[in-house]
Design a protein around this ligand. Sequence first.
Ligand code: UTP
Length: 288
Amino acid sequence: MKKITKAVFPVGGMGTRFLPATKSIPKEMLPIIDKPLIQYAVEEAIEAGITTLIFITSASKHAISDHFDPKPLLREKFFKEGKQHLLDKLHTIPNEITRVFVPQGEPLGLGHAVLQAKEIVGDEYFAVILADDFIKPNGNNATSQLIKAAIEKNTSIISVEQVDNERVSQYGIVDIGEAVGSINEIQTIVEKPKLADAPSNLGVIGRYVLSPEIFDLLETTQSDKGGEIQLTDALAQLLHKPKNLYAATLDAKRYDCGHKLGYVQATIDCALEDVQIGNKVSNFIKQL
Ligand code: UTP
């Protein structure tokens, strides 16, 4: 497997669970304290060696390209005023990193979003990072862990985590049989099963390393009842040959920031660790 240097960030979803905040901004622009979810995800990718960032964006929301714009006027102002701490805050993507924005057109599902990256990814393995699955930066980079696992197995690999019974029907769920260690071959994968039909509680979370084979599979994947092309359905087709799709349990603290509870939990966790406000937040929570 060649070095993995491209990452796809699908940010074209409707974010209905966060309306009205997501009327004009993608949910990936919601901040944890003072930094948008998408920026955490981009920093994780760059730290993991990714050099091409491919954003699959909603045609009607431009906040993400605006966010990563170099902001020359503001930069000049802070420079003239000698405000280095503010200049540092403007720094987001180093110049040597390529960024590409591909409009999704219509929000026809995660699988459809990933398919839009086909031409730019070409014939290489690539990462997919869902920024609304916030992984707390803790020194053990989640995307690096997954890339390492993909190289070790020389195939596609997706990250999984135990999910509570009441949330099983909101996830892609995998069956890995009897687990040996943290990386296991997937036997079956199903999108949002009823708890009674679920093969396990192992839910797919928002970090993937995929073979370019996935694009051909996505092209022939039928839309579901809701009119969306599901990535999970294309992943299921990867199982047509053995050792073609693995699941990895990462050493990572993840919050599902696509829904309110996960977002608030992530915010509290990060606020408690913030050097400027952590103690005050802790005192505030105790006195509530
Ligand atoms: P979700 O399943 O969370 O859907 O998408 P959503 O539309 O964003 O949010 P809700 O369910 O309406 O609240 C998972 C990831 O896939 C992206 C989203 O932006 C998110 O990162 N996505 C989803 C797309 O890029 N395009 C789509 O058509 C759907």
